[in-house]
Design a protein around this ligand. Structure first.
Ligand code: GRF
Length: 195
């Protein structure tokens, strides 16, 4: 019995593609849905090209009513019955209620070596601080932003003359290695505990 994984995106979905491509052959998990808050997210087209169910719940339809947006997300999720959610470039912040509902079953990838640099502009902040290293983190999602238990990290050196853009590109390459590795480990644990 495979672990059913819903992948939430907001943009290009390169992490979604890496995750979906990793869930093949003997992998304990399978992608069951790609869901975006942004109907024009490039990742939705990429998901469809891979033959995956791809849907959007446009957060702009709900204004400041986060609960109503999350209820729409939940309706889409319920139709595909995921065991696990992977946030992959998903740029909306959840209410404590939604994060608590999925606690222990929702992962996120963040482009910094947490607990350093939660939030945005992580690479510019690492460069400005003169850090020797940057990187990415996969963590469990809890109500506090970018603060859940860390499940894995990948590090890259910050090079002289690095711009946020080229540092981000190097980190993104490591994200595509880290996230599938952590997902496999989490899915194996979930499947073992379900037996
Ligand atoms: C990545 O840097 C990821 O760490 C952040 O969103 C960026 C874009 O991700 N959360 P993707 O290409 O849409 O997967």
């Amino acid at each position: 019995m495979s672990v059913r994984v819903a992948i939430l995106i907001s943009g290009g979905g390169s992490n979604m593609v890496a995750l979906a491509k990793s869930m093949r052959d003997g992998h304990p998990a399978r992608p069951c849905l790609v869901l975006s808050n942004n109907p024009s997210a490039g990742g939705l087209a990429a998901a469809r090209e891979m033959g995956l169910p791809a849907e959007a719940a446009d957060h702009r339809r709900f204004g400041a009513d986060r609960e109503a947006f999350e209820a729409e997300l939940q309706r889409a999720l319920d139709a595909h019955a995921p065991d696990l959610i992977c946030l992959a470039g998903f740029m909306r912040i959840f209410t404590a209620g939604f994060a608590s509902r999925w606690r222990g079953r929702m992962l996120n990838i963040h482009p910094s070596l947490l607990p350093k640099y939660p939030g945005l502009d992580t690479h510019a902040r690492a460069i400005a601080a003169g850090d020797a290293e940057a990187g990415c983190t996969v963590h469990e999602v809890i109500p506090e932003l970018d603060a859940g238990p860390i499940l894995g990290q990948e590090r890259v050196r910050v090079l002289p003359g690095d711009t946020p853009e080229n540092l981000a590109a190097r980190v993104l390459e490591r994200e595509h290695v880290l996230y599938p590795k952590v997902l496999r480990r989490v899915a194996e644990t979930m499947r073992a505990s379900a037996q």
